[in-house]
Design a protein around this ligand. Structure first.
Ligand code: ATP
Ligand code: MG
Length: 178
């Protein structure tokens, strides 16, 4: 295996299922290799996801934080200032985590939604990604990844929806969807 180590910027986007869970799979792999992982979840907060409990087993090596409250109302003037404030707070913590040196992998879950809802400036994000410490890996998830982010990323995967159980009227399943 390669000896040249380099921190990567990875984007999981597209309409199909698997963006967040693929990031968590990578996190598991990273933790197993002794890397310290922080996952910050933009916008999420109303659902209790199983992974929040599962990562407790990893102590300080894998920390996950929900930084939103879910059910965001978006679109220009309709955006609730409280949601904006929470996105700003999450971004502040993300910036510190990426630049701080305490974490080897920083996952910015659903950040692409925050950007596409115009709650976060893609240029601000790009600027931090460009001057991140060499060895830090960053994963950004969510649909509609911004072209600026896609351009500077090293690895970009677009999940394509072939079909989803939801279309058959099957509700979100515990342990699979949350
Ligand atoms: P997952 O968290 O399962 O990896 P995701 O991160 O790709 O999904 P999101 O856009 O973050 O997808 O969606 C959040 C929720 O919607 C999850 O519960 C997810 O399983 C579900 N979901 C994802 N894709 C679809 C889809 N195409 N149709 C309906 N529900 C979906
Ligand atoms: Mg997701």
């Amino acid at each position: 295996m390669g000896d040249v180590r380099k921190g990567l910027v990875i984007v999981n986007t597209g309409p199909g299922k698997g963006k967040t869970t693929a990031a968590m799979g990578t996190a598991l792999r990273a933790v197993g290799n002794g890397l310290r992982v922080l996952m910050l979840q933009f916008l999420k907060g109303s659902w209790h996801y199983g992974e929040l409990d599962a990562v407790q087993a990893f102590g300080d090596n894998f920390v996950m934080k929900q930084m939103g409250r879910g059910f965001v109302k978006v679109g220009g003037a309709e955006t609730d200032p409280e949601d904006l404030r929470m996105v700003e707070e999450c971004w502040k913590e993300a910036e510190e985590a990426i630049l701080g040196g305490q974490w080897d992998l920083v996952i910015l879950d659903e950040i692409n939604y925050a950007i596409s809802y115009k709650m976060l400036d893609p240029e601000k994000v790009a600027e931090v990604l460009r001057r991140k410490p060499e060895m830090v890996h960053v994963i950004l998830t969510g649909r509609n990844a911004h072209p600026t982010i896609v351009e500077l990323a090293d690895t970009v995967t677009e999940m394509r929806e072939v079909k989803h159980a939801y279309q058959k009227g099957i509700e979100a399943q515990r342990g699979i969807e949350y």
